[in-house]
Structures are given as structure tokens and as C-alpha cells.
Design a protein around this ligand. Structure first.
Ligand SMILES: Nc1ncnc2c1ncn2[C@H]1C[C@H](O)[C@@H](COP(=O)(O)OP(=O)(O)OP(=O)(O)O)O1
Ligand SMILES: [Mg+2]
Ligand SMILES: [Zn+2]
Length: 611
């Protein structure tokens, strides 16, 4: 029986090793593919003539239906409509330049192509149908999921003297009648008609008017905003969007333009089918915000210098500039704001529990530059569209990379340089972990952002890109993240022995039926625990920060894992051995991690690894 046990243990070990190798294989394969893609792209660029060679690289937004050269033609301004387009950009929309892909999208749709446009939020998708609408005969039909979005757009268009109307469940009979009549009026009393998908699927009257307009060549274009709502795979499925295929079937000559910020290719494929558009050109703007500098600073739980660090950044580097400091809780919002105030910084707190009037007041003051800094929870989000935010500092990590991307992305909307700095503290991981414990993939997502913070193997941008199905190579970063900027200062350290020590402590605790919080684990290991325990374990020579870093690494890699325990008042996070822990018993198994050798810049990071 004992022999059986030992064979089974060995078998388990082998299986783990196989799993590890398979994972490594998958990683290498995906890196190989990314490199092959780049090579193909480079060859493509070098090959100037043949227009038959086509690529289908999602990362560069290219299309199987169109060659690269053909596509580039649409970046030009030698189309019959180009003069008019430029004119309206400046005189009607009061904008000086196009943002990436806007001109291409506008030229494509004005050429009559069916087009899917994928761009991150706030990058300017609306202009890509509003501007063509103004330059075309007749009107553009815009399908939008929410009446509030419609109202916002119509208010904006009225303010710049572009006539636009809407039809939805709450339109009055008289309004609807005027709109219906206007649709076939050769003088085009409006350039854009906003409707809900329900109107299209339920109103025969609307369809009959659209048909008349179509026959009179007055239906110039169909824009389907938030097009991912068509697909059940998307996160916002709307049943009425499923019926919008009728538009292309009835009005085949009218170009369709689908717009979304959701980039998944399976969703887009689904939308194509539902809208009955065949092989649309798909333009995917990168989610990479090249003007943002990403940086992670280590927060020392022994001696939290983050507040004074933040204060000195605000006073020196961001003197007189606008920014946001995101914090974990309402309590933190109050306390961090008041600590900053003590350091003579005019910072106001903002959180969900404030009176609506107070919230509006803080937002207004900040938007009009009367105050420069808001210390906020994530409640400060919706409707924040200040262009000149120069810094977004996270006093505590976000709960996922997607959240971090959105929150930090409020910086630099004007395309000017801006900084996104996150303070990464060991104990914060477990504060958030117990908060998201009920969410389905909460832990998984949290570990991803922890990996983002701790991983200095790779460019911060490329770690983020994975979440948007993109490949941003490290060169594209242009040293706009701290790992790329400080690549010289890193060294790879063998942490096998450290890992073995940690595993021993966890095993010892388990044998004594003691539950270990991460804090207790660190303290035991650095020799700060009760004397009795200190005798039984091997303490480390590592500093506290280094010890924490190793433990986080072991959690990320699966040598340790979390174990939650609920009381009526709170949730506890305990550390247990992970499924990979047995691998450390194997003599040939080694573990290493990259560490920063000497600190530069902030005093907060300087405590990393002394060689
Ligand atoms: N070329 C440009 N130059 C400067 N600002 C621009 C340009 N194009 C658009 N904008 C501004 C106008 C808006 O205030 C802001 C957001 O545009 P908008 O079209 O509403 O974004 P969007 O539709 O892509 O985002 P969402 O996915 O959130 O709907 O960008
Ligand atoms: Mg939009
Ligand atoms: Zn980088």
C-alpha cells in the first residue's frame, strides 16, 4: 500500500510537469505566431506592387477582402468628397485633425463599402457617420440602443447646427408625422435620423417610409451603433438587434456601418451574419494609447510612503495640472484627500455615498480647473470626459486589467502625454480578493492585474494588450512604460530555495492546524512571528518587500493558493499550498524571477533587489 502511495505521488508529480510543459508550449507557440505575423507584415510592406497579396492581421486592422495597398488609398484626401469633408471637419465640427482611422473609415463609407469600425470608447466613432451624413444627399439612419444616447447626440448636433431627429417609443404623434414626411422630402430637412432597434423591427410605417426614401435615393447610409448588441456572445445582447438584417435585405445598395468598442472577432463574425452584410471591411483601431506612460510603484506595507510620494508628484511633476487619484474605499477617499490637504494640495474626495449635489459640485470644480485633484472611488467614472487630465494615480490596484485600462484611460484624452501610475501593495491584494470573492472569475481577474504589476519580464503595454486580443510588440511602446524604460536595471534571480522555505512554513502551519494569513506568512518567514515558531522554521535574509514579492510570485504561478473563510462580519484570506507545490520536492525543478536591482527615481521602488 505504501508503495502504491509513493507511485501515485510520483505520477502526480509527472502529470504536473507535463501540464507545465504544455503550458510553456502554448506560450511559445503563440509567441511564434505573433512573430510570424510581424514577419508577414514586414514582407507585405516591402512588396510594393502585387495587389493580390492580402493579409488578414487583426492587430493591424487589415482585411481579407482588401489588400494593404488598396486600404492605404483610403487614407488619402484625393476623393471627390475630400474637400467638403475637410471643410465640415473644421467649420461644422470644429476639429482640427482626424484621429487614427477616422479618415479611412469616412472614405470607405463614402465609397459605398460596408464597414465595421472597432474603436475603444471615447475615440470618436460617432464622427465617422455624422460627418459623412452631412456630406451626403438625403439622410443617414442611425440605430442606437438607448434613448439617452440618442438625446445626447441630438443635443450635440443641434448645438453645431446639424439637423437631426429621432423616433422612439416616446415620440409624439405629431413629431413622428413630421419625421416620416421629412424622410422623402428632396430638401432633406434633417441629415440624421436616430431610431431604436424596436422601431425598425416593429413599425411597418417606418419600413414603408424607408422604402420610399430608398427608392428616391434619399437613404444615404445605415449606421448601427453599439453593433455588438446583435450578438449573443457579446456582453450587451439586445433581442431587437437580431432583426436588423432586414435593412440590408430590403436596401441592398445602402452602405452599412457598424460601430463598437468590443473587439472580439467571434462577436464581429456573428454581427456580420445577423446584419446580412457580406464581407464588410473591418477597421480595428488599436486599444493601445501611445500617449500614456504606464508605471507601477511598490507600496511598502511596513511604512506606507505612498501618500508623500503622491504628494510630491502632484507638487512637482504635475504642478498646476489636472488629475485623479483613485482609491479603494470611501474611507480611503476621505483620508487620502485630507492627508493631501495637510500637504497643501487642494484635493477633494468623491465617492458614491456623497450627496448628489456635492458630487456635482466637485465634478464641476474639477472640470473647470478650480480644483486640480479629485481623490475618488470608481464612482467617479461615468460622464468624465475632461480632455486634459495629465495623471491618473491609483493608490490601490484596480480589480481587473479591464477596469484599470478604463480608469487610467481617463488620462490624456486630448492625445497629449499623460501618466498612469499604480501603487502596488501586498496587503491590498487580499483586501480586494475578499471583496471580489463572490464574483465568478473575480480571483482570476485580480491575479491578472497582480501579474501586470509584478511582472517586469515584459512591457506593461503588451501585458495589457492580451486582454484586447491584440499583439502590441514591445518596440511599439517607445519606452512609454517603466519596464521598457528601466530594462537595464533588471536581473534574474533564482528563487527555488526561497520557494522551498515558504512551502515548508505553510506545511508546518497545516500540520499544526494553524491557518496562515498572507501577513502571518511573511512575518513568520522574515522572523517576526512568535518565538516558538521562529525556532521551527528557517527565516529568510530577504527584506520584507522581497519576501512579499516572492510570495506573490508563488501565488501567481500556482505554488500557493488562496483559501477563503467566512464569518458573519468578514471574509478571511488564508494561504494554502497550490497544485504545483509538490514540484518543489523534485531536485531538478528550479524557479526564477526577474527583479529590479537598484532603484532609480522613486524611493518607493528602490528597496527591490540588491545584487
Ligand atoms: N478628430 C477628433 N479630434 C478631437 N476630438 C475628437 C475627434 N473625434 C472625436 N472627438 C471627440 C468628440 C467627443 O467628445 C469624444 C468622443 O467621441 P465619441 O464619438 O462619442 O466616442 P465613441 O463613440 O467612440 O465612444 P463610445 O464607445 O463610448 O460610444 O471625442
Ligand atoms: Mg459611441
Ligand atoms: Zn513598454
Amino acid at each position: 500500500l505504501a508503495e502504491l502511495d509513493s507511485v501515485e505521488a510520483e505520477l502526480e508529480l509527472v502529470e504536473l510537469q507535463i501540464a507545465e510543459l504544455l503550458q510553456k508550449q502554448a506560450e511559445l507557440t503563440s509567441r511564434k505566431n505573433a512573430l510570424l505575423q510581424r514577419l508577414e507584415e514586414a514582407c507585405d510592406a516591402a512588396q510594393s506592387s502585387s495587389s493580390s497579396s492580402s493579409t488578414s492581421l487583426k492587430s493591424s486592422g487589415a482585411n481579407p477582402v482588401m489588400s494593404k495597398q488598396e486600404m492605404q488609398r483610403y487614407d488619402g484626401s484625393d476623393f471627390p468628397w475630400s474637400k467638403e469633408v475637410e471643410q465640415h471637419l473644421k467649420d461644422t465640427f470644429h476639429l482640427s485633425n482626424f484621429r487614427p482611422l477616422q479618415r479611412r473609415a469616412i472614405n470607405l463609407t463614402l465609397s459605398g463599402k460596408d464597414l465595421f469600425l472597432v474603436m475603444p470608447t471615447g475615440r470618436g466613432k460617432s464622427l465617422c457617420y455624422q460627418l459623412p451624413a452631412v456630406c451626403s444627399k438625403g439622410f443617414t439612419l442611425v440605430v442606437t440602443p438607448l434613448v439617452s444616447l440618442m438625446e445626447d447626440q441630438i443635443m450635440y448636433l443641434k448645438s453645431i447646427n446639424v439637423p437631426a431627429v429621432m423616433l422612439n417609443a416616446s415620440s409624439s404623434k405629431a413629431d413622428a408625422k413630421t419625421v416620416m414626411a421629412g424622410m422623402t422630402d428632396q430638401k432633406s430637412p434633417f441629415k440624421l435620423l436616430y431610431v431604436t432597434p424596436e422601431k425598425v423591427s416593429k413599425s411597418k410605417l417606418l419600413m414603408s417610409r424607408l422604402e420610399k426614401a430608398y427608392n428616391a435615393n434619399l437613404l444615404s447610409r445605415i449606421a448601427v451603433d453599439e453593433v455588438h448588441c446583435c450578438s449573443q456572445w457579446g456582453h450587451d445582447f439586445r433581442p431587437d438587434y437580431k432583426l436588423l438584417g432586414i435593412l440590408k435585405r430590403q436596401f441592398p445598395k445602402v452602405p452599412v456601418l457598424g460601430l463598437t468598442a468590443t473587439a472580439t472577432s467571434s462577436v464581429l463574425k456573428d454581427c456580420e451574419k445577423i446584419l446580412c452584410v457580406q464581407q464588410p471591411v473591418t477597421l480595428t483601431a488599436s486599444f493601445n494609447r501611445t500617449n500614456l506612460y504606464y508605471e507601477v510603484r511598490i507600496k511598502d506595507s511596513d511604512n506606507d510612503a505612498s501618500i508623500s510620494d503622491i504628494a510630491s508628484l502632484i507638487k512637482n511633476r504635475y504642478n498646476d495640472q489636472s488629475g485623479i487619484v483613485y482609491v479603494f474605499s470611501q474611507k480611503d477617499a476621505e483620508s487620502v484627500a485630507s492627508k493631501l490637504q495637510q500637504k497643501d494640495i487642494l484635493a477633494y474626495p468623491y465617492h458614491a455615498n456623497m450627496e448628489p449635489d456635492d458630487k456635482t459640485r466637485v465634478h464641476r470644480k474639477w472640470a473647470s480647473n478650480k480644483i486640480r485633484v479629485v481623490v475618488a472611488t470608481v464612482a467617479f467614472g461615468m460622464g468624465i470626459d475632461k480632455p486634459d487630465v495629465r495623471f491618473v494615480i491609483h493608490h490601490t490596484i484596480s480589480k481587473s486589467i479591464e477596469n484599470y485600462y478604463q480608469e487610467s484611460g481617463r488620462a490624456g484624452r486630448d492625445d497629449g502625454p499623460a501618466d498612469c501610475i499604480v501603487y502596488f501593495g501586498f496587503s491590498d491584494i487580499f483586501r480586494i480578493s475578499t471583496m471580489v470573492v463572490m464574483e465568478n472569475v473575480g480571483q482570476q481577474k485580480l491575479l491578472q492585474i497582480v501579474d501586470y504589476c509584478q511582472n517586469i519580464d515584459r512591457c506593461r503595454r503588451s501585458l495589457m494588450a492580451v486582454h484586447f486580443d491584440e499583439v502590441w510588440d514591445d518596440k511599439g511602446c517607445n519606452q512609454m512604460c517603466d519596464t521598457c524604460r528601466h530594462a537595464q536595471e533588471y536581473t534574474t534571480v533564482d528563487i527555488t530555495q526561497h520557494a522551498q522555505q515558504v512551502v515548508q512554513i505553510v506545511e508546518l502551519a497545516a500540520s499544526m492546524d494553524e491557518k496562515l494569513t498572507p501577513l502571518k506568512l511573511v512575518e513568520a518567514w522574515i522572523g517576526k512571528g512568535p518565538a516558538k515558531r521562529r525556532k521551527m522554521i528557517q527565516t529568510t535574509t530577504l527584506s520584507r518587500l522581497q519576501a512579499e514579492a516572492v510570495i506573490v510570485r508563488l501565488l501567481l504561478l500556482g505554488y500557493l493558493r488562496e483559501d477563503f473563510s467566512f464569518t458573519p462580519y468578514t471574509t478571511y484570506f488564508y494561504v494554502k499550498l497550490g497544485r504545483k507545490a509538490p514540484l518543489l520536492k523534485n531536485q531538478t525543478h528550479t524557479l526564477s524571477m526577474k527583479m529590479r536591482t537598484t532603484g532609480s527615481g522613486s524611493a518607493v521602488v528602490s528597496t527591490y533587489w540588491q545584487q
